[in-house]
Design a protein around this ligand. Structure first.
Ligand SMILES: Nc1ncnc2c1ncn2[C@@H]1O[C@H](COP(=O)(O)OP(=O)(O)OP(=O)(O)O)[C@@H](O)[C@H]1O
Ligand SMILES: [Mg+2]
Length: 578
């Protein structure tokens, strides 16, 4: 009957709640320990990077530890060498004395009686082993390696150290040179322990009557020396540790003296940078830090003076612009009335005078709009511009702007295309200002759009509403997207203009956007056209996180699919809305 035995498969272990809890606890602790180590490592790295004081203290303690280690190990080695040399010297002297005494005892012994010779050897070894001195020592008497006479006296030991402890090379040396002592340092277990004690072993030869040459070894364990060295090592370790800590404490105190004023200077500089122009450092005494504080204060003083001067100058300029604009208004009104009168009766004049009347009328329009812009800018500069906020559907504002610019667009043959969501895009805005911003954007797009279609898009997200005006005209050269918002900046002042802009439109638009806590951004590339995006918060005081519409065509691509969905086109492409 064949019984086949298969190796037992490991059984799936049953769920053991206790074991699993222990394992999960252990994992948790391991995880915590790892996180703790990582956290501590990160803290040290952060402190190393950010705190000069930490760096100085750490470096000082590190260097202190290296110096203490080097110096400590050198001194320890010197002391150990000194103790061993000293012990070896006294050991060889004692051993020489002992060997001489033993030889003279053997010389005077009874030469014929082997048993009395054995007794004599045992007595002698015991006597030599305890000379009454404070150093314990052992003695071994054994037959020389070269002695071939029949053994008469067996090996005699005074203590626990036996022949196996004597190295063969020492024995060979003692046998080879019988006229000298031979010394070797070996390790021997301390009696009753497994601790090894360095031991001085001094060997020489004595001649016994009848028995011949015998080796006499003196064993001097350096227990005391080892104890002394242990005390020295302990003292050095504790002393070194205390020294390193003291060096660290000294470094802390010293760096604090230097770093603290530097930190204070940094804080004062930060406050100064964030507008606190009257911030100053405390400058006491005559030292380097006091000089630093004085120079810093002198610098802050000079900066404050210059900034005040600039502010005064700027205020004077603003006042001047504002005053001039106001002063010009009265004569302009009179000229306007006279101009209108002349313009209305131009048909009665001869053609050249009639043409002049028309030119005068147009230039007066420009003059009036420039004056209006200047007054608006001076209101912004004086901080007198205030928002007149009301909940407005931005789609209505856009529709009004489109209506107002249609005539100009038609004249330039530019199709205006509007894409707005079906649902209302209500936001808390100042409709008059937003309309002015959008009108300027659309007029700019018509003027620089070279007759190609212009797309005006509106979109909302929970926090913001955005309007983009995209044209496919001349576009902006690299760097111009930031310059367009500068006052009186025009890409090409000589460019043919129909309405004759002054370069203030986008500067005012940007101020309007900022007044709303909104964004006004520009993108453009030569030949690809431009896009201007106005993003405003839907609720006053709730900051914008991101704009609902893309600014550049590259950002636009992934969102294209949405255009057909929630958007409605007010006018089909290529046809201007009426
Ligand atoms: N869509 C655009 N494409 C190309 N360049 C533009 C566009 N919009 C503005 N710019 C450039 O930015 C300049 C400044 O525009 P801004 O609206 O501030 O002034 P303006 O249109 O010249 O005059 P204003 O708007 O005061 O009547 C323009 O002169 C033009 O060079
Ligand atoms: Mg403009």
């Amino acid at each position: 009957m064949g019984v086949s035995s298969r190796p037992a498969r490991p059984q799936p272990s049953r769920f053991d709640p206790y074991r699993s809890r222990v394992v999960s606890n252990a994992r948790g602790m391991l995880h915590k320990a790892r996180a703790g180590t990582l956290g501590a490592g990160r803290w040290v790295a952060h402190q190393w990077r950010s705190s000069l004081q930490f760096r100085v203290i750490a470096m000082t303690m590190l260097l202190g530890t290296v110096v203490v280690l080097l110096l400590g190990s050198y001194l320890y080695q010197q002391i150990a060498d000194g103790l061993v040399t000293d012990r070896t010297r006294t050991a060889t002297e004692e051993a020489a004395q002992g060997a001489r005494a033993a030889q003279s005892r053997f010389d005077t012994a009874d030469r014929t009686d082997p048993s009395s010779l054995s007794v004599l050897a045992t007595d002698l070894v015991q006597q030599l082993a305890s000379p009454g001195a404070d150093h314990a020592r052992d003695v071994i008497l054994t037959r020389a390696m070269t002695n071939t006479r029949p053994a008469v006296v067996p090996t005699v030991l005074s203590g626990a150290v036996g022949m196996p402890s004597v190295p063969p090379e020492l024995r060979r040396a003692v046998s080879g040179d019988t006229s000298h002592q031979h010394v070797q340092i070996i390790s021997v277990n301390a009696p009753g322990t497994t601790r090894e004690v360095p031991t001085v072993l001094v060997g020489s030869q004595v001649t016994l009557p009848v028995a011949g040459a015998y080796e006499l070894y003196f064993v001097f364990p350096m227990q005391r020396e080892q104890d002394t060295l242990e005390v020295v090592a302990r003292t050095f370790t504790l002393g070194g540790l205390a020294l390193v800590l003291m060096v660290g404490a000294v470094a802390y105190v010293v760096t604090r003296l230097v770093v603290e004023p530097v930190r204070r200077a940094a804080e004062v500089a930060e406050r100064l940078a964030s507008g606190g122009l009257s911030e100053r450092m405390r400058a006491r005494g005559q030292d380097d830090l006091a000089r630093l504080a004085k120079s810093f204060n002198a610098m802050a003083e000079s900066l404050q003076r210059q900034i005040r001067q600039l502010e005064d100058l700027s205020r004077v300029q603003q006042r001047f612009v504002s005053d001039v604009s106001h002063e010009l208004r009265t004569p302009l009104t009179t000229i306007r009335m006279a101009g209108d009168l002349i313009h209305d009766s131009r048909d009665d004049f001869d053609p050249s005078v009639a043409r002049s009347a028309e030119l005068l009328h147009d230039e007066l329009d420009r003059f009036e709009s420039l004056l209006g812009d200047l007054l608006e800018i001076s209101r912004f500069d004086a901080g007198a511009a205030a928002l007149d906020v009301e909940a407005t559907d931005v789609r209505d504002t856009v529709a009004r702007v489109v209506e107002a610019t249609t005539t100009l667009a038609d004249r330039r043959g530019t199709p205006l295309q509007v894409e707005v969501p079906h649902r209302a895009c209500v936001a808390e805005i100042d409709p008059r200002r937003v309309e002015r911003v959008l009108r300027n954007l659309v007029v700019n797009a018509i003027e620089h759009g070279e007759g190609r279609p212009i797309t005006i898009r509106v979109a909302v997200n929970p926090k913001a509403v955005a309007v983009t005006v995209r044209d496919h005209g001349v576009g902006l050269r690299p760097g111009e997207a930031a310059l367009v918002f500068n006052r009186f900046w025009r890409a090409d002042p000589a460019r043919a203009r129909t309405t004759g802009g002054t370069g203030l439109g986008l500067a005012i638009a940007l101020e309007d956007a900022h007044l709303h806590d909104g964004w006004l951004q520009a993108w453009g590339e030569p030949g690809r056209g431009s896009c201007f995006r106005l993003t405003l918060p839907r609720r006053a005081g709730v900051p914008i996180e991101r704009s609902p519409l893309p600014l550049t065509p590259d950002e636009e691509k992934p969102q294209k699919a949405r255009v057909g969905g929630p958007y409605a086109s007010l006018a089909p492409p290529g046809e201007a809305p009426r």
